[in-house]
Design a protein. Structure first.
Lengths: 102, 539
């Protein structure tokens, strides 16, 4: 997969679409209970079945996709130093929107 | 050109293999070495799987290929952060690419830092990829569907589970040893079935596979394998575990024999390890030491380490263990044995001012070297290498500021502990600088044991020569002429070749940077002008 690094600032909708595409590709052959469409409210752990290692792989995928290796993911996974138990798709999109545009 | 095969034996050391060969556990290897060449193989400055295998597959040192650890550290303004290192971080061309672009077909199986896979002329199944991600990790993509048709194919048995494996090599309860060994016997069977399938269905000029259970068993089961510790094995259970370890190595010997048979009588077979192995019985809690000496402050509530553990559970970032307003130096991972100094360009922010970096690092180094084990009064840190010493090269500044060599070559712990130094309850295995190199087959000298070690950087030139390819002039290793028959070299002299190419992502980045903004704008203006002219808007 090719990085889509560009001088254009990605909008929130574009990030959401890209992120849903990443999640769909990543989880397509996972044995999971979730059968609906992934949207902004979908939970990565409770619904898509992400483990902590899957989140590590997700970071790799996002870095590859956007050609950015400097995104402070600990701010997403552990705001205020404490790890969150789950994340909505929208949480990740908001994080990316904030940091991809810096 | 002869068909060339590389069997990687992760962490293999002659101090274990020689007794196994003598005891009849590895008869093929014993005969193969008699008919070939053997040598010790000097690993990278920090003898660790990702930098060492990447050096072996690029012929370049870590300061140039940019892989120093399992993770890539970014030095942020607030504090450093890290994420998993990937193939995108490798800044030098791999042998898969060098051979592939010169019309050599390649099979690469289970090599670390090869995810996402390169688009090479051949097949890649990367190592260190969790099973749920394996289907999109192979090249070509359709290969995974073919693998799924192999009898007994089980991605869960094949792939790497970070949490289980990193936990096991730190502290494994007695009741889990048997399953641990059997798990690796099953896993190697999976990898062997893949290499057998590919060697049969898509014979390649270069076939390379790593069997990494050698490393995993030696970490946990060192006391059952080390000939010097055999007298301490007195119980039935201990003898059973030792016998199971032998089962693993017996199976491995059979796999190597079958790979050699599949390669054919005219092939050349190379075997190498990324580092050696030896015993460790102590733990240096380096961050505890740094805390006691005023370099580091722990976040409130950070717990003390469980016995034997070196890292936190799960994939929690160690960055969160520290109070960065009061931390100037810390170890982020146990595997790198590295200390990162948090520098700042702004004197109003926490960190070491850049102007004071050299003096700060020297003071820290001297202080670490002066630390002694309270029971023996011997130094715990025998060497503290600066990055200039350990990792010279284009990417040196991404390496740890100091890389520690401990008295017994053990890994540091990044966790908090009551005291910075502790003895382990029992001996486990740790990485050592001297691994193994073995070669045999058409044109390889027979019955030769080299007295001086080869370098891990020397393997790529040897394999390229074996493939009938020129040796790029920017490889850092030397051509190990002494392992080849003089008659072969007279017939096919080694040739020096053009420098390697940059990896594809770096080529893209650099060509993008080379386009100066002014030129791009001018080009765009010209194109717009031409278009407007064509449309009749201007003349």
């Amino acid at each position: 997969m090719e990085a889509v690094k560009t001088n254009n600032v990605p909008g929130r909708q574009s990030i959401l679409a890209t992120f849903i595409e990443i999640l769909s590709e990543m989880t397509s052959d996972w044995d999971k209970d979730f059968s609906g469409e992934i949207n902004a409210e979908t939970l990565l752990v409770a619904q898509l079945g992400f483990t902590s290692m899957d989140l590590v792989m997700l970071v790799v995928e996002i870095q590859q996709r956007y050609g950015r290796q400097d995104l402070p993911f600990e701010n997403l996974f552990a705001p205020n130093g404490k790890y969150v138990s789950d994340l909505r798709v929208a949480d990740v999109v908001n994080f990316l929107y904030r940091h991809l545009n810096r | 050109m002869s068909r060339t095969v590389l069997v990687g034996l992760d962490g293999a050391t002659f101090s274990i293999l020689d007794p196994l060969m003598e005891e009849g556990v590895m008869p093929f290897l014993k005969e193969f070495i008699k008919r070939g060449v053997r040598s010790n193989l000097l690993s990278t400055a920090q003898p660790l799987t990702p930098p060492a295998w990447t050096s072996l597959t690029t012929g370049r040192s870590p300061g140039n290929h940019n892989i120093f650890d399992f993770v890539r550290v970014e030095r942020g303004k607030e504090h450093p952060t890290y994420t998993l290192a990937t193939s995108g971080d490798v800044q030098c061309e791999t042998i898969w690419s060098i051979a592939g672009r010169q019309n050599r077909k390649v099979i690469s199986l289970n090599f670390p830092i090869s995810f996402p896979p390169e688009k090479i002329n051949g097949s890649i199944v990367p190592g260190f990829v969790p099973w749920r991600h394996l289907s999109r990790a192979v090249h070509p993509p359709e290969l995974y569907q073919k693998l799924k048709t192999l009898p007994g194919f089980d991605p869960q048995a094949l792939a790497f589970e970070w949490e289980a494996e990193t936990k096991a090599i730190q502290a494994l309860p007695d009741q889990d040893y048997e399953e641990w060994i059997k798990f690796h016997i099953r896993r190697e069977q999976q990898w062997f079935e893949i290499v057998r399938y590919l060697m049969t269905s898509e014979p390649s000029d270069l076939t390379a596979i790593i069997f990494d259970g050698v490393d995993k068993l030696q970490h946990v089961c060192w006391r059952f394998l080390d000939p010097n510790l055999q007298k301490s094995l007195t119980t039935e259970w201990e003898r059973k575990i030792r016998a199971l370890c032998h089962d693993y190595f017996r199976q491995l010997d059979g796999f190597i024999a079958e790979i050699a048979r599949l390669a054919g009588p005219d092939a050349r077979l190379f075997m190498a390890s990324d580092h050696g192995f030896g015993p460790t019985d102590q733990i240096f809690y380096v961050n505890t030491w740094l805390g006691q000496h005023g370099y580091l402050a722990w976040q409130e509530g950070v717990e003390m380490a469980e016995e034997g553990r070196l890292t936190t559970e799960g994939h929690k970032s160690h960055v969160l263990l520290f109070d960065w307003s009061r931390t100037t130096a810390c170890a982020l991972t146990a595997s790198s044995n590295g200390i990162y100094i948090h520098t700042t360009e702004d004197r109003t922010r926490p960190g070491v001012p850049l102007a004071e970096y050299e003096a700060f690092r020297q003071r820290l180094k001297e202080s670490l070297l002066a630390f002694t084990d309270p029971s023996t009064h011997e130094p715990v840190v025998t060497r503290a290498m600066t990055r200039e010493e350990a990792f010279p090269g284009e990417y040196m500044e991404r390496a740890p500021d100091l890389t520690l060599v401990l008295r017994d070559h053990g890994f540091i712990s990044v966790l908090n502990a009551e005291e910075p130094f502790k003895w382990r309850p029992w001996i486990i295995g740790t990485h050592m600088p001297l691994g193994i190199f073995i070669a045999g087959g058409e044109g390889i000298r027979r019955g030769l044991s080299l007295s001086d070690p080869l370098s891990i950087l020397d393997v790529t030139p040897a394999m390229l020569y074996s493939l009938g390819l020129p040796i790029p002039e920017d490889l850092e290793g030397r051509f190990a002429f002494e392992i080849f028959e003089p008659s072969l070299m007279a017939h096919s002299p080694p040739l020096k070749g053009e420098p390697t190419l940059l990896p594809a992502p770096r080529r893209a980045t650099e060509s993008h940077q080379e386009e100066k903004p002014g030129e791009m704008e001018a080009e765009q203006e010209d194109r717009i002008f031409e278009r407007l002219k064509a449309l009749g808007y201007i003349e």
